[in-house]
Write a new protein. Structure first.
Ligand code: AVI
Length: 345
C-alpha cells in the first residue's frame, strides 16, 4: 500500500481545531476559577513543543519510561501473545510504538488514537513502511470521550491498549477511573492495558521537570493562547501572561497555569474576559500515583494488575493489567529498595 493510501478514521472528533469546542472554552474562561483543558495544547506546534519537552534533561518521564519499556519489552511481548492488536491512546511521537511493534510476536494491527489529526497521520506514515505486515489505522478522536473504533481485521490475538507517557495523570482521579472503566469494557474479554504512570517524588524534581531552564514548557503552555488567537478569534497578548507550574503535595499533582501579569480585558470569540493582576487560568493537572493507589483505581475499573515495573530511582512506573485474572500476584520488578518486593492480591 502506498503512503498516500493511509487515511484517518473518525472516532468522535470531526473538525480539525477547537472551533467546535467554543462554548466549553468560553465557559472555562468565564468560571470563577478560569480553566482550559490540556487537550487543547496539541495543535501541530504544541505537539512539536511537547516532543521537545520529552527530550529535556529535567523531564525524566519520557526517557525513564522508554528505558523501562526497552528493558521489559520481551516480557511484555510474552504476556501479550501472538497477533496482538495495539491500540495506542494519545499517540505522540512513535518511538515507543516502534519498540513495541518491533518486539511483539507478529502484531496484527496498530491503531493510534489522537486528537491531533495532522501529527497522527505523519507519525503513522513514518511507521508503516517498516511494518508492512501490520494493519495500520490512525483514529482521529478525543479518547477522553466515548469514541468508535474502526473494524479490526479478523484472526486477531489480544487487544493491547497502550497508554504511555502518564497521560492518564492529566485527567482528574475521578475521570481517570471512568476512562479505565471504558478501556476495560472495550478490551474485554481477554484484553490488556499497558500504561505508563508517573509517581509522587521529591517536589524539587517535579518542579524542575515542569519549569525547565530552556523555557520550552513555558512556550508549550503559552502556545495555547496563540492557538486561541488563531482558531477562536481571541486577542491574547502573550507578553502579558506568564507560565507557572506548582506541585500540590497533598493532591499529588502538578498544576500548570497561565498567569495574567496585569489587570486586563481580553476578547475571545466576541466575549470579554477580564483578568485581575496575577489571576490565572489553570491549563493542566498532572496527577502522580503511587503503585498501590494506581492498582486500587485499576481494580475498581475492572482490571487485574499483573506486572508493575519501576526504575531503580523510583521515578516512573509501567503497569500491565488484564481484564481477567491470569496470575495470582502482582510482580514488581526493579522496585526501589524502600518498597516490598511482592504485593499479594
Ligand atoms: C502529556 N502529559 C503526560 C505531560 C505531563 O507531564 O503531564 C504534559 C506536560 N505538561 C508539561 N510538561 C509536560
Amino acid at each position: 500500500m502506498s503512503a498516500e493510501a493511509l487515511s484517518i478514521a473518525t472516532g468522535n472528533a470531526t473538525l480539525p481545531g477547537i472551533a467546535a469546542d467554543r462554548e466549553a472554552i468560553l465557559r472555562g474562561l468565564r468560571a470563577p476559577q478560569k480553566r482550559l483543558s490540556p487537550k487543547y495544547f496539541y495543535d501541530k506546534r504544541g505537539s512539536e513543543l511537547f516532543d521537545r519537552i520529552c527530550s529535556l534533561p529535567e523531564y525524566y518521564p519520557t526517557r525513564t519510561e522508554l528505558t523501562l519499556l526497552t528493558d521489559h519489552v520481551d516480557e511484555i511481548a510474552t504476556l501479550a501473545g501472538e497477533r496482538a492488536a495495539v491500540i495506542e491512546l494519545g499517540a505522540g511521537s512513535n518511538v515507543k510504538a516502534r519498540l513495541l511493534l518491533d518486539r511483539l510476536h507478529a502484531p496484527a494491527a496498530y491503531l493510534p488514537v489522537d486528537i491531533s489529526g495532522e501529527y497522527l497521520l505523519e507519525q503513522a506514515r513514518s511507521l508503516r513502511g517498516d511494518f508492512p505486515g501490520v494493519h495500520m489505522q490512525p483514529v482521529f478522536a478525543d479518547f477522553t470521550r466515548a469514541f468508535r473504533l474502526p473494524k479490526l481485521p479478523a484472526a486477531l490475538g489480544r487487544k493491547l491498549v497502550f497508554f504511555p507517557g502518564s497521560t492518564i495523570g492529566n485527567l482528574s482521579r475521578h475521570r481517570a477511573l471512568r476512562l479505565l472503566e471504558t478501556i476495560a469494557v472495550a478490551a474485554k474479554p481477554s484484553g490488556a492495558l499497558l500504561v505508563g504512570v508517573d509517581v509522587p517524588k521529591d517536589p524539587a524534581i517535579l518542579h524542575a521537570a515542569y519549569n525547565d531552564a530552556e523555557g520550552v514548557t513555558a512556550e508549550f503552555n503559552l502556545n495555547l493562547l496563540t492557538r486561541l488567537n488563531r482558531e477562536l478569534d481571541a486577542e491574547f497578548d502573550l507578553r502579558r501572561f506568564e507560565h507557572e507550574a506548582v506541585y500540590d503535595d497533598e493532591r499529588r499533582r502538578i498544576e500548570m497555569r497561565l498567569v495574567s501579569t496585569t489587570r486586563q480585558s481580553v476578547s475571545v470569540a466576541g466575549m470579554r474576559i477580564d483578568f485581575a493582576p496575577r489571576e490565572h487560568i489553570i491549563t493542566e493537572h498532572s496527577h502522580k500515583y503511587a503503585p498501590e493507589e494506581f492498582h486500587a483505581l485499576a481494580r475498581r475499573a475492572g482490571f487485574v494488575p499483573e506486572r508493575t515495573w519501576i526504575d531503580a530511582g523510583g521515578l516512573f512506573s509501567i503497569h500491565y493489567l488484564t481484564t481477567r485474572r491470569e496470575c495470582a500476584e502482582v510482580r514488581y520488578v526493579s522496585r526501589p529498595a524502600s518498597h516490598n518486593a511482592t504485593l499479594r492480591t
